[in-house]
Design a protein around this ligand. Structure first.
Ligand SMILES: [Fe+2]
Ligand SMILES: [Fe+2]
Length: 266
């Protein structure tokens, strides 16, 4: 029998991705892709065989039980690459600096949502969603500041990498393409944060920090999903999916280049 113990230690993960459906008859288009879903799949010789169908195609997956969640998260987040091992090492070697950068990221995420609220104030659904994200990101900002204070790490300015700047340079100047691009760039930054929070949760030997990143993982995944859904208010579903694909490739290229500074998105 497959040992699901590692998978089921994260029962709190609940992420809604309505575009994801499974062709297995036991799992019929779940609204919540959660860990109970994994349990239904028949294990054989310590592997799981799944067919995952989503807007980006169908995937025949033969995976170790402990890799299944990682794969699903990767597909759901629309990313085109997984984080290279060098980043985790860089993060572990400079945890204090990474925490300071994380605080800046949460502040910037609140700023991004506020800017979108101002730019598209006539769209009430967007305004309400942005109000929620601003609120949540500022709460995250406070949590990281509290953690810094507890660890006697001074919050200070850091030299940023050009990850966000390079992504924002891809944003169209013309509306409504501009709105779509701004929302999709925000969605990809959230997705990369989410993917990295999961890595930190699973690999940091510092239990307090690992738990902290585990606690933030779900909300960043939800923000990613919210931004993608909002982008579809400004264009057709096909156009938005196609543009998301293009921007995700560009994002993956930036991640592949990496950066010498230890940052959440280096
Ligand atoms: Fe956040
Ligand atoms: Fe977020």
């Amino acid at each position: 029998m497959v040992d699901f113990s590692r998978v089921t230690t994260q029962p709190q993960v609940r992420v809604t991705f309505p575009k994801i459906t499974f062709s297995l008859t036991m799992v019929k288009q779940p609204d919540d892709l959660n860990l109970d879903t994994c349990r239904f799949l028949s294990p054989r010789n310590h592997t799981l065989i799944l067919v995952v169908a989503c807007s980006r195609g169908s995937f025949l997956v033969r995976a170790l039980a402990t890799d299944v969640l990682k794969f699903m998260i990767f597909i759901m987040l629309c990313l085109k690459s997984t984080t290279p091992d060098r980043w985790l090492q860089q993060a572990q070697d400079h945890l204090d600096e990474l925490l300071i950068d994380h605080a800046h990221c949460e502040k910037k995420a609140a700023g991004t949502a506020m800017n979108l609220l101002f730019a598209y104030v006539e769209n009430e659904a967007l305004c309400r969603a942005m109000k929620d994200i601003v609120h949540e990101e500022l709460e995250h900002f406070q949590l990281v500041l509290d953690l810094l204070q507890k660890r006697e790490i001074r919050f200070r300015r850091l030299r940023p990498t050009d990850y966000g700047q390079q992504l924002n340079a891809l944003v169209s100047k013309q509306e409504p393409a501009r709105a779509i691009d701004r929302l999709l760039v925000a969605s990809l930054i959230e997705a990369r944060s989410c993917e990295r929070f999961r890595l930190l949760r699973d690999h940091l030997p510092d239990h307090e920090l690992a738990h902290f990143y585990g606690s933030l993982f779900e909300s960043e995944a939800r923000h990613h999903s919210t931004y993608v859904q909002l982008a579809k208010m400004f264009g057709t579903e096909d156009d938005v999916e196609c543009r998301l694909d293009e921007l995700a490739h560009a994002e993956a290229a930036l991640i592949a280049t990496g950066h010498s500074l230890p940052r959440m998105h280096s």
